[in-house]
Structure formats: structure tokens, C-alpha cells
Design a protein around this ligand. Structure first.
Ligand SMILES: CC(C)(COP(=O)(O)OP(=O)(O)OC[C@H]1O[C@@H](n2cnc3c(N)ncnc32)[C@H](O)[C@@H]1OP(=O)(O)O)[C@@H](O)C(=O)NCCC(=O)NCCS
Length: 340
């Protein structure tokens, strides 16, 4: 059921004819929403070869499909802005539009925090424990980020968690790279199998063991419900690239795995999340072996690049990726707000 919010004072005077309310998707026309988003991207100088208007449409379609709530602002019954929220089912409310989309001519610094505050209120009503939102800071998007960040911080969200994003082109990849990098990898008795042939509990045990000493663990569990779902449930399987998601076994024992999935809004990019090698088997070239095999498969399937995020403090993983030819290309900023 739709509810109306009033009396928000954050950011200055509220126009008397402005109404902020939650609404069901069905009430809105997607082309109207898309127009508003394109307006916002264009105004903030965010349309570029890396983010074409076609990408914006794809991003919006994914957001639209996944969102549980739309918070909208209307002025004289005309859509002036919106924010979408997705509930992860584990107490996390994801503010899925990375910033409120606003009609040209609206006072963004006034309206954006009002939409965010309305989102916080509805997330609390729904019993969420945490709200979070993320922004991929690609070169040239600094201006968009500084507005976004100040709006979320003005609504009480914490200083962001920073996660470097790495990328490696796949066109030039061949197994030659692996032999050059790791001529003496320990491989006797080891087998590479499709990850989906392995019992999920074994996979999850290795995940917990490998990540127990990294902050990534807390990071994924607290702020990356999408990532966790990718690993843990059927929703994730929908995005998985099964041919490239591989497990390494030593006899019957699972030694490590790499899970690859595609990004609905960037069909040529694959994403790695996560890779984990049993600590008892690390530093023997097995991570390199596994990821190389996955990259070979991705390359053969026509993927142009592989991306991944790693916590800024996970020095060994950063070294591991650097050796495999990954370069830092962008940063992910995650703002969170405890609701309970
Ligand atoms: C990152 C990880 C997958 C690497 O697997 P691995 O089998 O140990 O890696 P490899 O043996 O192929 O290592 C290749 C290179 O990576 C670097 N590296 C790997 N582990 C390292 C460590 N603990 N300290 C420093 N460098 C390390 C080294 O450069 C190493 O080459 P070298 O041994 O010749 O110096 C593994 O350490 C792991 O599961 N870590 C915990 C989970 C994690 O952090 N995943 C990635 C987060 S996105």
C-alpha cells in the first residue's frame, strides 16, 4: 500500500506542491522513469563511452526488475524524482538506484535527501537492520560521486567503505600465460571440475575457511548481500557462468573454487566473486591455476574482460591479481547506515 511522507526539512524549504510517497512499480511508466534517469546522467556529465545511454537503459531495467519499493517525488502530479529500494531478506535494504534520479530543474540538494530519508523510514518500517548503497567511481564520474556522497552522509550514512575494482582484458589471454607464470604448480592428484557438481556445504566451508582471516568476509556478509546471494542461493545461479565456475579437488577433498558470473547490464564483462583456496593449500600456484582455467573458458566464450572487487587491505589477493595482469580501474564506494 502506498504511503505519503511529509514534513521533511533536510536540505531547506519543502515546496508546498511537492509530494513524496512510496508507490508500486505498476503505477509508473518505465519510459518516464528512464527519461528521468537519462536526464540525471546527462546533467551530471556521466554519459561516456564507458556508460552510454544504452547502458543506462540496461541498468534501469535490472533495477526496475529487482526493486521492491519505489519512493517517488511528484510536483503537481508530475514525476520529479525517484529512488528504488530492494530488500535482501537478511535485514539489508539496498538503495538500488545509486542516487535519486531527479527531473531537470528540481533542486537536487533539497530533494535528494528527502527521497533518501523517506527510503530510510520505509526500510525501518519493513524491519531492515541496515541500509546500504554503492557507487562505482569510474574515471570522469567524480562530480556525480561528490553529490551522491554528500546526500547520503547528510542523511546519516557512514563514511564509505572503499573497495578497489580490478579489470583484466581477456582477448589476449591464453594458457601460455599460466605456464609462464606458474611453471611448477603443484598439480599431482588434483582435478578441475564444474563448481556446480560440488555439494554446496563443502563450497561454503572452504569459503568461510579461506576468508576467515580477511576483512572481505565481514565486508561481503555485511554489505554485499548480492555477492552472498551469488554464492549461496538460486538467485545467484541465474547470473552464474557455469562453464567458467570451477572447483579444484584433491581426491574427494575440495581444495578451492572460483565462481564467475555475468553482469546483466554489461554483457561483455564477467565478474569473479569469489575465489577461495583452502589455506592449507595456498601459495602453491593453485589460485593461479584455477583462475587461469576460468579465464581461458571466458575468453573462448567471447567475454572481453574480467572484473573483480577486493578489499583494499587484502594485500595478498591484490598481489595475486597483479601478477595475473589485473589493473585497478575504479573504486567502489559503499555507504551504510545502521537502522536498529
Ligand atoms: C587469493 C588466493 C585465492 C590466492 O590463491 P593461492 O593459491 O594462494 O595463490 P598462488 O599460489 O597462485 O599465488 C600466486 C601469487 O599470488 C601472491 N600471493 C598469494 N598468496 C599470498 C600471500 N599470502 N602473501 C603474499 N603474496 C601472496 C604471490 O605473488 C604469489 O606468487 P609467489 O608465491 O610466487 O610469491 C588465496 O590466497 C585465498 O583464497 N585467499 C583468501 C580468499 C581471498 O582473499 N580471495 C580473493 C578475494 S576477492
Amino acid at each position: 500500500m502506498a504511503s505519503t511522507f511529509s514534513g521533511f526539512t533536510n536540505g531547506g524549504m519543502v515546496q508546498s506542491n511537492l509530494r513524496i510517497r512510496t508507490c508500486e512499480k505498476e503505477e509508473l511508466d518505465f519510459s518516464q522513469v528512464l527519461r528521468l534517469a537519462l536526464d540525471t546522467f546527462t546533467r551530471n556529465g556521466l554519459i561516456s563511452p564507458l556508460m552510454t545511454s544504452d547502458h543506462v537503459r540496461q541498468i534501469l531495467e535490472v533495477m526496475w526488475k529487482g526493486s521492491d519499493h519505489m519512493i517517488i517525488a511528484e510536483e503537481s502530479n508530475r514525476l520529479s524524482g525517484f529512488l528504488s529500494i530492494k530488500y535482501a531478506g537478511d535485514g539489508h535494504a539496498h538503495f538500488a538506484s545509486w542516487m535519486p534520479y531527479l527531473r531537470n530543474g528540481t533542486n537536487a540538494f533539497q530533494l535528494a535527501p528527502q527521497l533518501i530519508n523517506a527510503g530510510i523510514r520505509i526500510a525501518k518500517e519493513k524491519g531492515s537492520r541496515m541500509a546500504w548503497t554503492r557507487f562505482d567511481l569510474l574515471p570522469g564520474r567524480e562530480r556525480g560521486y561528490s553529490d551522491y556522497s554528500s546526500w547520503y552522509r547528510s542523511c546519516g550514512f557512514a563514511e564509505p567503505f572503499q573497495t578497489p575494482g580490478f579489470i583484466r582484458p581477456l582477448q589476449r589471454f591464453s594458457s601460455f600465460d599460466f605456464h609462464r607464470l606458474m611453471p611448477s604448480a603443484y598439480t599431482s592428484g588434483l582435478d578441475i571440475k564444474p563448481l556446480n557438481d560440488i555439494d554446496f556445504q563443502q563450497v561454503f566451508d572452504i569459503y568461510c575457511k579461506a576468508f576467515s582471516s580477511c576483512r572481505d568476509n565481514e565486508f561481503h556478509l555485511r554489505t554485499g548481500p548480492e555477492n552472498r546471494e551469488t554464492l549461496m542461493n538460486r538467485e545467484g545461479r541465474e547470473y552464474q557462468i557455469p562453464e567458467a565456475s570451477l572447483a579444484l579437488t584433491d581426491g574427494e577433498t575440495l581444495v578451492g573454487f572460483a565462481n564467475l558470473y555475468f553482469l546483466k547490464d554489461r554483457p561483455n564483462l564477467a565478474n569473479l566473486c569469489p575465489i577461495a583456496i583452502d589455506p592449507d593449500y595456498q601459495r602453491r600456484g593453485l589460485g593461479t591455476l584455477l583462475l587461469s582455467k576460468s579465464m581461458e573458458v571466458l575468453s573462448a566464450k567471447g567475454y572481453q574482460a574480467l572484473t573483480l572487487f577486493v578489499d583494499a587491505e587484502n594485500a595478498s589477493a591484490i598481489r595475486f591479481y597483479g601478477r595475473l595482469g589485473f589493473k585497478e580501474a575504479f573504486r567502489l564506494y559503499i555507504h551504510t547506515l545502521e537502522l536498529s
